[in-house]
Design a protein around this ligand. Structure first.
Ligand SMILES: [Mg+2]
Ligand SMILES: [Zn+2]
Length: 184
């Protein structure tokens, strides 16, 4: 039987790219320094890199699904020029106040479960790097280590009480720690 694989789940805004409070156009994409290199290093170490992002701009009518997929393509292109690749990108386009409640909006776990099945992951050996208390709560509920970065909201969103396992300056620093602390 194949060994279950480990992954680093990544929030997008405030972790990989600058938080701009509703990113609705690819022109707003700005890589946080070191994030592409960090993703490349994680993948070289055999970890899956998987984006899980709430994009309620879609439910709010500020962005179409087509627009969102354009942004994703542009992000992948930007990362690729720096030698980095993502294994998967999952979005929740919903918001309970604009349409419907769902199981995929973080801190819901539906997207994580989808990725777990697809990549045969062992969640206990995975990490979640995020910039909000919602990301940290998602990590805790999924039974993985939540790593907070000071970029983006830096955990100051004030939505939940969930505490991170560790806090880092940015994704680059979090990735260095993950590489020292994940089993090969
Ligand atoms: Mg964020
Ligand atoms: Zn959703």
């Amino acid at each position: 039987m194949a060994r279950p694989r480990s992954a680093v789940f990544l929030d997008r805004d405030g972790v990989i790219v600058a938080e701009v409070d509703y990113l609705v156009d690819a022109a707003q994409l700005k890589l946080i320094p070191g994030s592409a290199r960090a993703i490349a290093a994680l993948r070289r170490a055999g970890l899956k890199t998987i984006v899980v992002s709430n994009q309620s701009a879609v439910a709010r009518g500020m962005l179409s699904l087509r627009g969102l997929s354009k942004i994703t393509k542009a992000l992948k292109r930007m990362l690729k020029t720096k030698g980095a690749e993502l294994d998967a990108v999952y979005y929740c386009p919903h918001h309970p106040d604009f349409g419907r409640s769902c199981a995929c909006r973080k801190p819901g776990l539906a997207l994580l479960k989808k990725a777990t099945r697809r990549f045969r992951l062992d969640l206990g050996s995975c990490f979640f790097v995020g910039d909000t208390s919602t990301d940290m709560l998602t990590a805790r509920r999924a039974g993985m280590r939540g790593l907070l970065v000071r970029t983006g909201y830096g955990g100051k969103d004030g939505k939940h009480r969930a505490r991170p396992a560790k806090t880092f300056h940015d994704l680059a620093a979090a990735a260095r720690w993950i590489l020292r602390n994940s089993k090969p």
